[in-house]
Design a protein around this ligand. Structure first.
Ligand code: ATP
Ligand code: MG
Length: 417
């Protein structure tokens, strides 16, 4: 039997209802905050990700699904959405009338990581970006949106971690100090970090290897070397969050795995998922639109890990069972033919019904109605056809009532819709 690809998964009926509910909550909330939906392709030229996410990142170095198409062009299944949204923003000049744009998208991302609980090779993200605002208000707004979404979904045990990654003004000095520090602890770093520490020392702070985490525990803090503007920006974000009563922690080791971030970086973490603690991550990327060939437009965004969020939500909320409204229990060929017509007419009128298409006893049909969790059962056999009156049974209260044979669809629509 052919199985699905390792690290990929099916989202089955039962789970899908929960996903749809989360998606509706997220989309509704984002739209209330003025976001419009954008749909971007699943594949882009490899270059787009290499240039935006950064050559020395985990994603670009080892996680991307990249292949040459038949003409030899290198293409990549998107590992995240920001790069594509920025590309679309530039390509369609979405900045032309007003650079301020709020965009969101929901869909699958692909990263070839080691599959484990909460870590898949195809996973889903809810991604939101705000273009054109440099002020810290929107940084706080995005974190408020994330906290609100978790709250509405009934997800507790969430902490927002916030840090500032500085800007091209203040980061170089920090980089230097960090490099000097990393030289001193080089003996404790993993191979990747040894290699990266010259080209991109910040990345070492983000390494998940326990030895590296320990080695960098005493590293100099970016927070201590921020320029005045970055410091003020960060303090304002913190003040705004505190003012709204959002629980957050300033975390000087939070760097995030992508190169394009400047200033505010944040992550929503939970204790509920074991090792995979990040439910959402985001940050400001004031230089990316320009770096990808657009005008100088500041921007900030976040990505929520849908799979991880759904896993937590599934623990606190069981999706409602979607049983049919009516099960039509028909006995005999004529009754079954009629039942089939009612089944079609009810569905067309927006009422889900089910029936037994083969010949089965009333007892076995009632059992099936029970198993499907039908709200009502309509019973039609020879004697009902004779009398012109059918029985409609409420499966919960066990009450029964009569329905006229020549008005079945109308009666049920009036009663059940
Ligand atoms: P992690 O530290 O867990 O690898 P990340 O920093 O690589 O996360 P981001 O690129 O910030 O993740 O993506 C945003 C969110 O997407 C993460 O917080 C996480 O919830 C989710 N996510 C990332 N990679 C995966 C994956 N392979 N499987 C499932 N969810 C993922
Ligand atoms: Mg990762």
């Amino acid at each position: 039997m052919i199985q699905l690809i390792r690290g990929f998964k099916d989202i089955l009926p039962g789970e899908v209802e929960l996903w749809q509910w989360i998606e509706q909550c997220a989309a509704g909330l984002l739209e209330d905050f003025g976001f419009s939906q954008i749909r971007i392709p699943i594949m882009e030229k490899t270059e787009l990700f290499a240039r935006s996410i950064g050559e020395d990142t985990d994603i670009v170095e080892k996680e991307m699904y990249t292949f040459a198409d038949r003409k030899g062009q290198l293409l990549t299944l998107r590992p995240e959405a920001t790069a594509s949204i920025v590309r679309a923003y530039i390509q369609h000049k979405l900045y032309a009338t007003d650079p301020v744009r709020r965009l969101y998208t929901i869909g699958p991302m692909f990263r070839r990581e080691r599959p484990q609980k909460g870590r898949y090779r195809q996973f889903y993200q809810i991604d939101a970006e705000i273009f054109g605002v440099a002020e810290p208000y929107v940084d706080a707004e995005l974190i408020v949106i994330l906290a609100t979404l978790c709250d509405r979904l009934g997800v507790s045990d969430i902490t927002a971690k916030v840090n500032s990654l500085g800007c091209p003004e203040c980061r170089p000095a920090f980089r230097q100090a960090l490099t000097a520090f990393l030289d001193r602890v080089a003996g404790d770093l993993c191979g990747d970090c040894l290699r990266r520490r010259r080209r991109n020392p910040l990345r070492v702070l983000d390494c998940k290897v326990p030895g590296c985490r320990q080695a960098v525990a005493g590293a100099p803090s970016l927070a201590d070397s921020l320029c005045d503007d970055c410091r003020r920006h960060f303090d304002t974000v913190c003040d705004l969050l505190a003012g709204r009563g959002i629980a957050f922690q300033a975390d000087k080791n939070l760097v995030r795995g992508l190169d394009y971030y400047t200033r505010t970086a944040f992550e929503l973490q939970t204790g509920a998922l074991g090792a995979q603690s990040a439910v959402a991550g985001g940050g400001r990327y004031d230089g990316l639109v320009k770096a990808l060939g657009g005008p100088q437009v500041p921007a900030i965004g976040f990505a929520i890990g849908f799979d991880r969020l759904a896993e937590i939500v599934a623990r606190v909320r069981k999706p409602p069972l979607a049983g049919p409204k009516v099960f039509i229990a028909a006995l005999g060929t004529r009754a079954r033919d009629l039942a089939f017509q009612w089944h079609l007419d009810l569905a067309l009128a927006g009422i889900t019904s089910a029936m037994e298409h083969g010949q089965k006893s009333l007892k076995s049909q009632m059992k099936r109605a029970d198993r499907l969790d039908a709200a009502f059962v309509l019973i039609v056999g020879d004697s009902e056809l004779e009398s012109g009156r059918l029985i409609l049974r409420n499966m919960e209260t066990k009450e029964q009532e009569e329905i006229e044979l020549d008005r079945v669809t109308q009666s049920l629509v009036r009663k059940l819709k």
